[in-house]
Design a protein around this ligand. Structure first.
Ligand code: B12
Ligand code: SF4
Ligand code: SF4
Length: 401
């Protein structure tokens, strides 16, 4: 268990900490409870308003950064302030689960004929695991100290990163993700709002200094300024949340990243303090590592669901996933994969057909592409017809230059 500023131990706080039940619960006991319930890090934040947190959220939304994540723009007051979400809350317990891996986290980028999937996705969905742990932890907390609780992971209007920074778990790095001195970039977060008044930890300082490795590592230049991400340029957003075609000018920069992206996290020097996770429930699934693009391209809906059942990947659905696989096929430089793309020129989904056209434009000669375009001249969907037109135009320009 990593303590957030471990010197901040709860002691002699019987009245404050557990006023509803008059049972003493020391900081050590709180940490022990967190550890017993599968958490590697714990920090406590006050539930009071933080004007800066709200101001930053509003300016992020004003810039349209929620993009297609409409739910991010809903109820910003509740998201920014725990007490607006739940007036009775007094303290926020931020909990972290370590998911660091052994070896190079970016090794999958070296194999262009295989899919690179974000590390958090190569295992059972963390939402399910963390939510179950948060609930069990919260029940134990109530049993020992009383109070009411609400638990959150990811989907509720809760700003987990700024709250975790306030709770001393780490700081928001220039890539905006929480960096921990003990776990580097590899903590998944969950929150417990409680009516208990627990002495807060000291917020963590920013330890980025002059470093800018994460900013420079981003394949799509998704950081307009340090500490701000534009999701519309981020591969994680575009492969997971975005529903339409991948923006044309970004496709070549995706490489073989098919679901999420770890580049900005993996280069952070603070990862040197991370120790590979031994959490069995969050263990990497061997059957998801090094998957061949050709095999993934052959998945129909049922096979997609079966292959990714229980993982975060299932949430994108087969069509969006296939779109991503086809972009990676286009980037593979392997003409042998053209067959896999060609098989999707008559796919029922226009999203998939469009991505197949682009993939083929990257792998085939101008003549072969043109013959295929003629054979599909009756394409009924406007966006796919435009993909054909642009593919032919760009191919002609490349040949001329
Ligand atoms: C929406 C979302 C996304 C979006 C947008 C990401 C983003 N940076 O906001 C997309 C889809 C792109 C995304 C991607 C990823 N995500 Co995400 N995501 C979320 C979610 C649901 C909300 C985040 C949020 O509130 N964003 C809104 C903006 C306003 O917040 P912000 O980034 O903190 O922006 C602040 C800065 O700009 C800051 N700011 C501005 N100027 C300055 C100056 C200074 C000095 C400072 C300090 C700050 C600062 O102010 C803004 C407001 O606080 C959270 C879960 C949750 N409920 O919190 C998970 C979460 C952040 N994601 C997570 C993960 C793991 C990822 C990925 C690594 C997944 C992957 N491998 O593909 C990537 C990382 C990409 C990246 N560099 O951020 C984890 C991060 C864990 C951690 N250690 O921080 C979270 C917490 C989920 C979880 N429960 O564990 N995600
Ligand atoms: S997740 Fe990838 S694309 Fe998104 S900001 Fe980080 S490095 Fe850039
Ligand atoms: S890579 Fe450097 S700048 Fe980025 S979060 Fe880590 S320490 Fe901060």
């Amino acid at each position: 268990m990593t303590k957030a500023k471990s010197s901040e131990v709860v002691s002699g706080s019987r009245e404050d900490f557990a006023s509803q039940k008059n049972v003493a619960l020391t900081r050590e006991r709180l940490e022990a409870l967190a550890r017993e319930h599968g958490f590697d890090a714990l920090g406590v934040a006050s539930a009071s308003d933080d004007p800066l947190r709200k101001e930053r959220l509003i300016s992020w939304l004003d810039a349209g950064n929620e993009a297609e994540m409409d739910w991010m723009a809903r109820e910003p007051e509740k998201r920014a302030a725990p007490k607006t979400l739940w007036p009775e809350v007094r303290s926020v317990l931020m909990l972290g689960v370590n998911y660091a891996v052994e070896g190079d986290p970016l090794v999958s980028l070296k194999y262009p004929d295989r899919a690179s999937l974000a590390l958090y996705a190569l295992r059972k969905d963390y939402h399910d695991i963390i939510k179950a742990r948060l609930k069990a932890f919260a029940r134990a907390l109530i049993a020992e100290a009383g109070g009411d609780v609400k638990v959150f992971v990811d989907t509720a209007p809760v700003m987990e990163k700024p709250l975790a920074a306030t709770s001393g778990l780490g700081w928001q790095g220039k890539h905006t993700v929480l960096v921990s001195r003990n776990f580097g970039n590899w903590l998944l977060l969950g929150a417990v709002y409680t009516t208990l008044d627990i002495p807060p930890d000291v917020p963590e300082q920013d330890h980025c200094g002059r470093c800018r490795r994460c900013l420079d590592a981003c394949p799509t230049d998704a950081f307009p300024t340090p500490y701000t991400l534009d999701p519309r340029l981020c591969i994680a957003y575009l492969t997971i949340e975005h529903k339409g075609p991948i923006p044309r000018d970004l496709r070549a920069k995706f490489g073989n990243r098919v679901f999420g992206c770890d580049d900005c996290l993996a280069v952070c020097p603070w990862n040197k303090f991370a120790v590979a996770a031994r959490d069995i429930k969050l263990a990497m699934r061997d059957d998801l590592i090094g998957l061949k693009l050709a095999d993934l391209a052959a998945l129909d809906d049922a096979a997609f669901r079966a292959r990714f059942a229980g993982t975060p990947i299932k949430r994108t659905g087969r069509d969006r996933f296939l779109r991503n696989v086809l972009i990676a096929i286009g980037n593979s430089g392997d003409p042998g994969l053209a067959r896999s793309a060609k098989a999707h020129l008559e796919d029922p989904s226009p999203l998939v057909r469009g991505a197949a056209v682009w993939a083929l434009s990257q792998l085939l000669s101008a003549d072969t592409l043109s013959a295929l375009a003629n054979a599909h001249a009756a394409e009924p969907d406007g966006t796919v017809a435009e993909e054909w037109a642009l593919a032919l135009k760009e191919k002609a320009e490349t040949c001329a230059s």
